[in-house]
Design a protein around this ligand. Structure first.
Ligand code: ADP
Ligand code: MG
Length: 680
């Protein structure tokens, strides 16, 4: 980087803060917007209410404090046509940068009031060198994400220098055929147009082309990784029928069409010579457990053991209680292995090791501990879409090539799932069991708590039960437990002195948790106060109200899961979010929750609010970072890239064709640092 003209150690450090370490990084530093400086208006003609750029001279600078905590910096601007003012709030450091007599471009929202022209908190850049001006004004000008010590002007000059010196040398890796079919320009042309386009449209096309290239490399890497993962063969092959059929015949309801399709796809996988790697995504309540049990029974029928793993002990216990009665009549032995200590646990472990237990239910710790399985054939991981490549590699190291089914209620668009979970196939349950009404969701301020709890009381009088979730306390089960206990106390003392209020949190001992859950199912508890441990798995059809305190502190996916605890029976159900959000994002989450109960839409919004990296742990999936493409918004492009990648790998899997050499090298380069799992 320091070899580039104009970059010394200080600038290199500033660039590094923007994630720019190489010339390539600089060339792909995408402008956050374009400023249209083709026709700059004189000050006098700036239109009210619009974002505009004006070229003017600073005539005077002043600063004043109308009240405590507020500093106003004001610059008087002139350009021969008139006079205007630029105003900033609490940015007094700008004063040092605004010299009298300085000529600069100002960009901001224009207000015209009482004859005064005003720009509020405009960005500005000083005009220095007349010869250089053609790159900074009189055209569409790029405005970049920047950092201290790098003005827009400096960045623009660096990018332009890099383009002039290196754009022509950048290797063209998009095969000509693809460029032609997608009507993409050449690499150098696209790089120039990304930064200094003639039209807005030209920049959009250039960005698309560069994003496509990036996504193509990503998809090639992901598909290759998947092929390599498939090379292993498993000792076990299964045939459908038998136990699974008897189980299905015993169910009191018919399967949904989506469940039938899912069972079909899984059965096909189980019959293949390669281990299954499948993601089953379906909204809360779509009936994933039944599908899981069919798969487990197929495996058990074939003489192997199945493991069903959940993220929490409570959910593992719930699964055990749900699944146990289903299996009783089938002569299948189930064992629950959770963290509880003691002799019983040791005995259960022995049963697993000796192969006496057919179905083992437990937490994810099943994999981490030295639990020995006699003949593990199938692993089902519930509610854990982050169960990644690494864990599967660990299983394989234990000497198993089991079939793996991962289940999640945080569904994401299919192509995105195929990318992020690269080596997984995807099945989607897109149909709810019949008769489920939407859960009426309301958002109330904290001041309305008495009304909310009066409503809860009405529901209880009508025979229903309620959940109240205490505010989220990040990273501390202990504090969360204490908060839940305090909330339970408060509710007993104030709103519900005559009702049975019980408590559930992750720090309770297993027997106490089991007793509480049993009492809840038996209808002996009116109100269950809980931490977010009840997020998954709890299935009490008589519960019809979910109240979430300080709901804005929870993420969307979590809120959706919590809400999914009600509406599981025939009763009309309600979710009340108590929140006085202090952030825009918190407020937006409340709006989304009240607007929809569709898990796919919620996942999509979550993606927009937080970005895929944070939600899904892009890094955890061993994927390289993206510079131009954006997984939130480039879904259509991602799909095109996937199709193109599949076609290339079909025709030329070794990148032997001259037209594919560059792509092959790029895949190797991009995935080398990012992925330990390429060779797992
Ligand atoms: P999730 O997908 O959230 O794990 P579950 O498997 O817990 O959903 O199912 C939710 C509820 O719906 C359970 O009580 C289950 O017995 C019931 N259920 C599952 N499939 C059907 C169906 N086809 N018709 C009616 N009820 C069903
Ligand atoms: Mg479930």
């Amino acid at each position: 980087m320091q070899y580039l003209k104009g970059v010394g150690p200080a600038r290199a450090a500033a660039l590094a803060r923007l994630g720019i370490a190489t010339v390539e990084d600089l060339l792909l530093h995408v402008p956050r917007r374009l400023d249209d400086r083709t026709r700059l208006l004189p000050l006098r003609d700036l239109p009210h209410g619009q974002e505009s750029t004006v070229e003017a001279t600073v005539a005077a600078v002043s600063e004043f404090r109308p009240r405590r905590g507020l500093t106003v910096t004001k610059a008087a601007l002139t350009d021969g046509s008139g006079i205007g003012y630029a105003i900033w709030y609490n940015q007094s450091y700008l004063k040092a940068q605004l010299r009298r007599g300085m000529r600069a471009l100002f960009f901001g929202r224009v207000e015209r009031r009482y004859g005064e022209i005003r720009l509020t908190a405009p960005e500005f850049e000083e005009i220095e060198d007349a010869a250089e001006e053609t790159w900074h004004t009189g055209r569409l000008v790029p405005i970049y994400p920047s950092t201290e010590g790098l003005s827009q002007r400096i960045l623009r000059n660096l990018v332009r220098g890099a383009l002039a010196a290196h754009a022509g040398e950048v290797e063209e890796i998009l095969p000509e055929e693809l460029r032609r079919s997608h009507r993409f320009s050449g690499e150098a042309e696209a790089l120039w147009a990304l930064h200094f386009p003639e039209t807005v449209e030209a920049q959009v096309r250039a960005r698309q082309r560069l994003a496509f290239e990036e996504l193509l490399v990503l998809q090639l890497g992901v598909l290759l990784r998947r092929q390599q993962g498939r090379a292993a063969a498993k000792p076990q092959r299964y045939r459908a029928g038998g136990l699974a059929d008897r189980f299905l015949a015993s169910l009191p309801f018919p399967l949904t069409g989506a469940q039938r399709r899912a069972i079909g796809e899984i059965a096909a996988d189980l019959g293949h010579a390669q281990p299954m790697s499948r993601l089953l995504q379906g909204d809360v309540g779509s009936g994933k457990t039944v599908v899981a049990v069919v798969a487990l029974l197929t495996c058990i029928q074939g003489g192997f053991q199945g493991a069903l793993m959940a993220p929490t002990e409570i959910l593992a216990e719930q699964h055990y209680l749900t699944v146990g009665p289903w299996l009783d009549g089938l002569g299948v032995q189930a064992a629950l292995l959770t963290g509880s200590r003691g002799r019983e646990r040791a005995q259960r472990r022995e049963a697993v090791a000796a192969g006496e237990a057919d179905l083992i239910v437990g937490t994810h710790a099943l994999l981490e501990e030295e639990v020995a399985f006699a003949r593990l054939g199938l692993v089902i991981v519930d509610e854990q879409h982050k169960f990644g490549v690494l864990q599967r590699a660990r299983l394989r190291r234990k000497g198993f090539a089991p079939d793996v089914l991962v289940m999640t209620a945080t569904p994401i668009p299919r192509t995105l799932a195929l990318t992020l979970y690269g080596d997984l196939d995807v099945t989607t349950l897109d149909e709810a069991p019949p008769g489920r009404g939407p859960i009426a969701t309301h958002w109330r301020q904290a001041s309305a708590r008495p009304n909310v709890y009066a409503f809860v009381r009405e529901q209880i009088a009508a025979g229903r039960q309620a959940y109240v979730v205490c505010p989220l306390i990040e990273d501390s089960e202990k504090l969360a437990a204490r908060a839940a206990a305090a909330l339970a106390e408060e509710l007993r003392a104030t709103f519900f002195p005559d009702l049975t209020v019980a408590l559930l949190h992750g720090r309770m001992a297993s027997p106490a948790k089991e007793r509480t859950m049993a009492a809840l199912r038996a209808g002996e508890i009116h109100v269950l106060v809980a931490t977010s441990v009840i997020e998954v798995g709890i299935d009490v059809p008589n519960a019809s109200v979910m109240v979430i305190e300080d709901a804005d502190r929870f993420g969307l996916a979590q809120l959706h899961q919590l809400r999914g605890r009600v509406g599981r029976g025939a009763h009309r159900s309600y979710c009340v979010l108590i929140a006085s959000p202090s952030t825009e994002e918190g407020r937006r989450r409340m709006e989304v929750m009240t607007a929809t109960t569709d898990g796919f839409r919620i996942a999509q919004e979550d993606l927009l609010l937080r970005g895929p990296g944070e939600i899904l742990g892009t890094r955890q999936h061993g994927l390289p970072d993206l510079r131009v493409a954006d997984l939130k918004t480039d879904l259509a492009l991602l799909e095109e890239a996937r199709a193109a990648a599949a076609e290339i790998l079909r025709a030329d899997p070794a990148f032997a064709d001259h037209a594919h050499r560059g792509l092959g090298a790029a895949v190797k380069r991009r995935f080398a640092g990012a992925s330990l799992t390429l060779v797992s």
